[in-house]
Design a protein around this ligand. Structure first.
Ligand SMILES: [Fe+2]
Ligand SMILES: [Fe+2]
Length: 267
């Protein structure tokens, strides 16, 4: 068997300090795990909502290969022109036609003479704005992707664990791995499904540990106590990076192992 492809996925980066922490630890992670390809979800990178050109550049310069998004991908309009011309910057595929950006891409791994596809999808459950069915959307994208490569990674940005497990099982055997994002809390259900697809319901966020999913605690509590909208404020303090390592057989595209990782920022 050809050497496995190691994909490192990192869950929702919340705020610029999380971007800086991620960029600082990436060289160590790349070396430690012999990473071939790195995907980072950065939907909350700019002050907790959306992202901007500077953040995108920093992440690519640090060795990130593809940036994925979610419901917050469209929060900062200044990044829209970059989304339209940068195929390594993704937003969920199943948004209506006409939104900026790309929902999937096929990328070269020149060192390995391989191609790898990344697909970004968003769930339907518990979101305010309706978008199209991610199950049928995945079928549509895979019809285009699978003739070109069996190595397919999906970031499924969704709230409901059942929807995440459902899509992973629906795609089992057709994709290499599906990892969920959006809840900012990692789940402990990583496994390889019977058809060979790696699955983890949620990678968790990369954000300050002492926070409410990355948000300042006082602001978050006021939201609950007063039931009024509050201005989003990032939490401060030491970060924890959450992600997953996916080992993939490049010939079959099957997942060999799915392992959660966490890295704590040191004081
Ligand atoms: Fe998020
Ligand atoms: Fe989200």
């Amino acid at each position: 068997m050809a050497a496995p492809v190691t994909l490192l996925f990192i869950g929702d980066l919340v705020g610029e300090p999380a971007v800086a922490f991620t960029c600082a630890v990436l060289p160590k992670l790349f070396e430690q795990y012999a990473v071939d390809f790195c995907v980072v979800n950065a939907e909350n990178a700019h002050q907790g909502r959306g992202l901007n050109d500077v953040i995108v550049r920093k992440l690519f310069d640090a060795g990130v290969d593809v940036i994925t998004g979610g419901d917050h991908s469209f929060d900062k309009h200044l990044v829209f022109p970059l989304m339209d011309r940068e195929p390594r910057l993704l937003r969920p595929y199943n948004y209506p036609e006409g939104v900026p950006g790309f929902g999937f891409g096929i990328y070269e791994l020149p060192a390995r003479q391989l191609k790898l596809a990344v697909i970004n999808l968003r769930g339907q459950a518990f979101f305010q704005n309706p978008i199209s069915d991610p199950f049928r959307a995945a079928d549509t994208v895979l019809a285009e992707v699978l003739p070109q490569t069996p190595i397919v990674f999906v970031d499924f940005h969704a709230e409901a664990t059942a929807e995440k497990a459902g899509l992973a099982l629906y795609l089992d055997g057709r994709i290499s791995a599906l990892v969920g994002t959006h809840t900012h809390v990692p789940t402990a259900d990583e496994r390889v499904l019977p058809g060979g697809t790696g699955f983890l319901s949620d990678a968790g966020a990369t954000c300050p540990r002492h926070s409410v999913i990355g948000m300042d605690i006082d602001v978050a509590l006021q939201r609950f106590l007063l039931q009024m909208p509050q201005k989003y404020e990032l939490a401060k303090g030491l970060h924890r990076l959450h992600g997953a390592l996916v080992s993939i057989d490049p010939e079959t595209g099957h997942c060999l192992s799915m392992t959660r990782i966490a890295v704590d920022e040191e004081a």
